[in-house]
Design a protein around this ligand. Structure first.
Ligand code: ADP
Ligand code: ADP
Length: 229
């Protein structure tokens, strides 16, 4: 499962100022949709309405055919995992940060999620491994390492829908490439919405929509859009 569908969605943080104007798209289960466009176009707003951080003013948002306005917050949160640009980690151990929100998770499950996020190796190089505190003096995790912890936390939840909200844009370019490889792997079998600044980072997407001032102005595959440039 995991099909995501926006039908004629209209939304404004302030009802007098509409931000998303009649936005419609479908991401079939297991496929990847990339949302690109300039800063302020409304990309993150799409992600926030999917989470129901805000309720839309018109249209419908459906996951597997179910209107998200009619499902509980708990099941919506179980269905969607987000890897944001800058996940706030707790000043606690790496293991706690990965397992956060999943009090029932065993050490083996946490390690499995860490392997899938390609962080097992680097964690094992830390003194005390998973027991190392994230914020410890002299052991501060790099941006890329923090992002891997955030990815592992999301993978532990194993959500059918994944939202990558500019998940690599705060990283230097080498780390960005590394993390993108991890994300490409984990998005392969999940429905994935990727919010990105640049077209060059979403070459593999099954569909790309270009958003400008809250409207979809172009859509297609990477090769179509590059030719149109
Ligand atoms: P993008 O992700 O494409 O950079 P956003 O979705 O963050 O764009 O923002 C789209 C528009 O919504 C912008 O005009 C922005 O100023 C406005 N906006 C974003 N967040 C809020 C908010 N919490 N309250 C009011 N306006 C907001
Ligand atoms: P859960 O415990 O099910 O992960 P939360 O309420 O903790 O639910 O978080 C809801 C979603 O928001 C989760 O997918 C989580 O990964 C994401 N999230 C957590 N922290 C942040 C953050 N600082 N910024 C953006 N998204 C976040």
């Amino acid at each position: 499962g995991g099909e995501v569908r926006f039908e004629h969605v209209r939304f404004g943080y302030d009802p007098d100022r509409e931000i998303l104007h009649d936005v419609s798209f479908t991401v079939p289960a297991g496929k990847t949709l990339a949302i690109v466009g300039p800063s302020g176009a409304g990309k993150s707003t799409i992600a926030r309405t999917l989470f129901r951080f805000y309720d839309i003013q018109a249209g419908r948002i459906l996951i597997d055919g179910q209107d998200i306005a009619r499902v509980t917050q708990a099941s919506l949160r179980a269905a969607i995992g987000i890897v944001p640009q800058d996940m706030v980690l707790f000043n606690d151990t790496v293991g706690y940060n990965i397992g956060y929100g999943r009090a029932d998770a065993s050490q083996a499950e946490i390690e499995q999620a860490a392997r899938a996020a390609s962080i097992h190796d680097f964690i094992m190089r830390l003194p005390q491994g998973y027991d190392t505190r994230v914020g410890e003096r002299g052991l501060k995790l790099s941006g890329g390492e923090k992002q891997r912890v955030a990815i592992a936390r999301t993978l532990l939840k194993d959500p059918p829908v994944l939202v990558l909200d500019e998940a690599t844009s705060a990283l230097d370019s080498r780390t960005e490439t590394e993390i993108q490889t991890v994300l490409r792997d984990i998005s392969r079998k999940r429905t994935t919405l990727v919010v990105a600044h640049r077209l060059s980072t979403v070459v593999d997407a099954d569909e790309i929509i270009v958003l400008d001032q809250g409207r979809i102005v172009e859509r297609g595959r990477h090769s179509d859009l590059v030719q149109a440039d």
